[in-house]
Write a protein of this length. Structure first.
Length: 369
């Protein structure tokens, strides 16, 4: 997949067959250029004939469509205590997956070796080989300097600081390797699969930690060093709890699943969710109050970024409507009416697929420009 066919492939990515004339009109490229690119794509198998269009006189023009299974993308979601790996087609649709328990504190060599092993296993089961891989996308549960793909002082990832994840995986996997933090790839995945027509979206993950992915003008915004959206370490008014980052009163130390679990004396998100579903008053109150605290911080983000959709994902989002009710309460009371006039505050639709779809989008955009 060279740079040459990008314009044609981008047009065909939606799966709709097109004629040469339609590709010429949509791309703005010369007829000779489009013809040469189609021939190249047909030869590589990335594009296949798709019947004929209706004739307007003379021979009916042939149509062409993307062959999404011509190449595969390896997508990896590395969590604090799990590893999810998937194969997707060129559109990002998941064709095979595997999720296993794995502690990220095992270190990069062990975790990334498992990414490679799992990817190879999925390829073998699918009857494909490494030669079929177009590239690999990886999400990590900590700050990532996107330009280098290296984790930057990740608080729950001992041994990962400045580790060259892309270089390590590139030793055994063909194609580009793209690395980003987990919230950014969740935002990409949710946007691509559920809100492709929305230009301004804020995705918030509420789990062991809290973070946000910012989509503005239809594009993911990472900031100068890739730290945009790190709302978990904004100070929450009136709180002095010690955060793992060393500061006090951080939103993560106040309203994350880990913070709530500590107050309720349970193990984590799943225990909290079960208590809420069982009608436990203390758990329900704690989750709703967490929503209020998160909403207080997000009210500033809503006023600053003016998203039209605010998506809440992460493990704690499964605790029912209490988290969203608290969020809405704070955001609507603290943000200007113009900023919230048409704002939708909704739970994630793509759920556990979001990071895998987002990791595939990273590669897809790298390949197609």
């Amino acid at each position: 997949m060279s740079e040459t066919p990008d314009a044609v492939l981008r047009l065909l990515l939606d799966g709709r067959p097109r004629t040469r004339a339609e590709l010429i009109d949509s791309s703005g490229l010369a007829r000779s250029t489009v013809t040469a690119r189609i021939e190249s794509l047909l030869a590589s198998g990335l594009v296949v004939p798709s019947g004929e269009a209706a004739s307007t006189g003379g021979r009916p023009p042939g149509r062409f469509r993307l062959n999404p299974m011509a190449r595969l993308i390896l997508a990896a979601d590395v969590g604090a205590t799990h590893l999810s790996v998937a194969l997707t087609d060129l559109t990002g649709a998941i064709v095979a997956r595997s999720t296993t328990p794995l502690n990220i504190a095992e270190g990069p060599e062990i975790v990334l070796a498992e990414v490679v092993r799992t990817g190879q296993s999925l390829l073998k089961k699918a009857g494909r080989s490494l030669a079929d891989l177009a590239g690999t996308g990886v999400g990590l549960p900590g700050p990532v300097e996107h330009s280098t793909g290296r984790p930057n002082h990740p608080p729950i990832m001992p041994g990962w600081d400045s580790y060259d994840v892309a270089e390590r995986l590139s030793r055994e996997l063909p194609g580009p390797v793209l690395v980003d933090n987990d919230v950014n790839i969740m935002a990409l995945g949710e946007h691509a699969t559920e809100y492709a027509d929305v230009e301004h979206l804020l995705f918030v993950k509420v789990a062991t930690g809290i973070g946000a992915g910012v989509i503005s003008g239809g594009r993911l915004h990472r900031g100068a060093q890739g730290a945009a959206g790190d709302i978990g370490h904004i100070q929450t008014p009136g709180h002095t709890e010690l955060c793992r980052c060393g500061n006090v009163g951080c939103l993560e130390a106040v309203a994350s699943a880990a913070a709530i679990a500590s107050r309720l004396n349970v193990r984590g998100s799943q225990d909290i969710i079960e208590l809420v579903r069982a009608g436990n008053t203390a758990a329900t109150t704690a989750v709703r109050q967490a929503g209020r605290e998160i909403g207080t911080v997000l009210a500033a983000a809503v006023s600053l970024l003016n998203p039209s959709v605010l998506v809440i994902g992460g493990s704690l989002s499964q605790a029912g409507d209490n988290l969203l009710a608290g969020l809405r309460e704070s955001i609507y009371s603290r943000s200007l009416p113009l900023a919230t006039k048409d704002l939708r505050i909704v739970p994630s639709r793509s759920g556990p697929d979001a990071p895998l779809r987002g990791a595939a989008v990273l590669v897809q955009r790298q390949l197609l420009g």
